[in-house]
Design a protein around this ligand. Sequence first.
Ligand code: 3H9
Length: 705
Amino acid sequence: MNSGASTAVVKREQRGDILLVSIDNPPVNALGVAVRSGLLAAIEAADADPAVAAVVLVGAGRAFIGGADIREFGKPPMAPALPDVCNRIEACGKPVVAAIHGPALGGGLEVALAAHYRLALPAARMGLPEVQLGLLPGAGGTQRTPRLIGAQAALDLMLSGRHVDAAEALALGLVDRVGDGDPVEQGLAYARELVAAGAPVRLTRDAAALADREAQGAAIEAARLDTAKKSRGLFSPAKIVDAVQGALDLPFAEGLALERKLFLECLDSPQRAGLVHAFFAEREAAKSPETQSSRPRAIDSVGVVGGGTMGAGIAVAVLDAGLPVTMIERDEASLARGRANVEKVYAGLVAKQRMTADAKDAVMARWHGSTSYDALAEVDLVIEAVFEDMDVKKAVFAELDRVCKPGAVLATNTSYLDIDELAAAISRPQDVIGLHFFSPANIMKLLEIVVPAKVAPDVVATAFELAKKLRKTPVRAGVCDGFIGNRILAVYRQAADYMMEDGASPYQIDKAVRGFGYPIGPYQMSDLAGGDIGWATRKRRAATRDPRARYVQIADRLCERGWFGQKTGRGYYLYPDGARAGTPDPEVEAIVAAERERAGIAPRSFTDEEIMRRYMAAMVNEGANVVHQKIALRPLDVDVTFVHGYGFPRYRGGPMKYADMVGLPKILADIRAFAQEDPLFWKPSPLLVELVERGADFASLNKIG
Ligand code: 3H9
């Protein structure tokens, strides 16, 4: 007997006395309006049909349900709302079983929590990741989860957004049992068992994990304090704690109403807009014309030339992906250092008990070293990470050209140099590409894939495939001095230096930048990276610098004294006795004052807001130039670069998204006002001017969401 109509995205099938309801909305079964309506109709039908004794919910494809449809956020709401659907599932008079075989995230887990019984299969991944989108679980999750598993465990899930597997979910009490095999068969078997046993509907809202009010209240208080310390400017974490407090203090229906109110506040926040932008931008940046048109070459082994900080970090990233690595160094002593640099990372994990000694040995067994390039004859891809000098790199590439098999991908990790020139120096420019990792290379997520003119499209596709294997966030960049990130960085760092010379202290600038949401400011960053690196770049560029351009010499004065930052114990800050957090240095302030005097500048004061306006205007303007010149494919590529490689606060979406939210006319007006002082530096980008004239924004060039 058929108990009602299937829809395209929610299919119903009568199996004996069980109604099987499959959600089939690829790619992740998100809960768009059609799925919500389909679910609601299925439950109504089940209730009305005497032939149905129980309901099983399953997801088609790889996911159970990936959550609310993120694309609907910020658009006019469409009924039925997900909280109502969840309440209706819970109110079903017949037992509802959720059979979870893949991701059950956010609203997806909330649907499962509204069901009466839950079964997880080994590939199930459950979580409430709404916090990562600037939200809170808004379909009963903040009320049902703590009732089911207690406030502490519920808050941990909601505040971290982490996913738990089937075994952990069972231990937490999030699911009732763990099965193995086909989700439909497993779900049906569970439902039949419940029907046979005359099991009642069991409402999560009646679960009793909050019964010990005092202990639960203490857990909420602890989470509140911890959140205040850790959530650095984020809006939704404190709201999550408030909602869980409501679960403890209020009857269920009132708790739900509170959750709804708090959810809508989060939904309306600019942080939600920024975080959702970041979510889609990351996924979009991982696609390029070449990944659409070409198949990647096979990568089963990797060579790394150079065992310094960068080379070793890259080797670790590759080893972590399960691939073998062959490292090349110029002599045995350097090779031993390279190996030690790699081993140090794993030894650290063993010391912290995050890895066993055996696992470390197994990883290191995939590391091979040689002082001869001939050892690279069979590898599929080589990443060069030697000293940043064109002649040195050309010598390496000549060797790679000599020894590597035909079709091997030859990558350089240069951060500035002209890869077209490097490629032209060998016989196979079609195989040469830039893979710009960020330090520490095994930790930082960003990978700039730098595409020179002559590279073959399948080499570009291979680089994106490698990024996926290494769990990096790739961004496609064109060749220019500094590619996307370092090119833009150079410009806004200059804006910061101008403000410093004009009267803002480096400490105030760092404070203002942190206040905006960065973890550290630009001068702290310079101290961390080592001032000598920027110094070398400035010297390299000195010959080509426009003689009319303003040049601030403060950094040079520090470098001349050997004050390169943390590694030398002082830079812009003092680091007494190897301290990692710096303290302001009156001698630096004196140097800054002397430089202002030398340049004939009467210092003026800046508010933090003025600092950020200039800092961001410089960043956005150069970002627009980078898009205009097609160094970045779209504004979103600039956003992803800055969020993942430069500490830009993710909740602001990225510099270009930020500019859209502020309004491009306002940014352009700022640039034109600053140009009154220095027209050479503050030249409005043609793209920015054009967009303002057309009344358009950067988002119009992204085509996402
Ligand atoms: C929520 O639920 C709020 C509720 O509490 C309250 C509501 C009232 N919606 O990541 P992938 C797309 S908030 C729309 O590459 P994977 C994604 O853009 C939501 N689209 O695959 C991509 O599209 P494209 C809470 C979505 O296998 C494609 O699916 N849920 C959604 O590596 C494949 O994605 C989350 O935050 C969505 N919810 O990973 C979960 N999810 O092919 C977010 C994905 O055009 N999602 N897409 O580029 C994920 O974590 C991962 O996508 C998942 C699959 C683990 C599911």
